[in-house]
Unconditional design. Sequence first.
Length: 88
Amino acid sequence: MARVVVDVMPKPEILDPQGKAVLGALPRLGFSGVTEVRQGKRFELEVPEVTPEVLAEVEKMAETLLSNPVIENFAVHVEDDLTPGAGA
């Protein structure tokens, strides 16, 4: 199996109240040095194999269902390692 990831983020010109709330909470929790936070979504799609056709289909999914192209940008990439605990 392979994993294709779709990251969805608000466009830069769109206000992000959730990101602002996180930014405001960080100093209260003792974290400093962060000047901006943007909050988005991540979708992980497991597919039998990654082919150009599969990636094109995922792009179409991202455009039509996983994101709102009016206010969000998205990026599609293939995740290399499906080993449990990888990246944790």
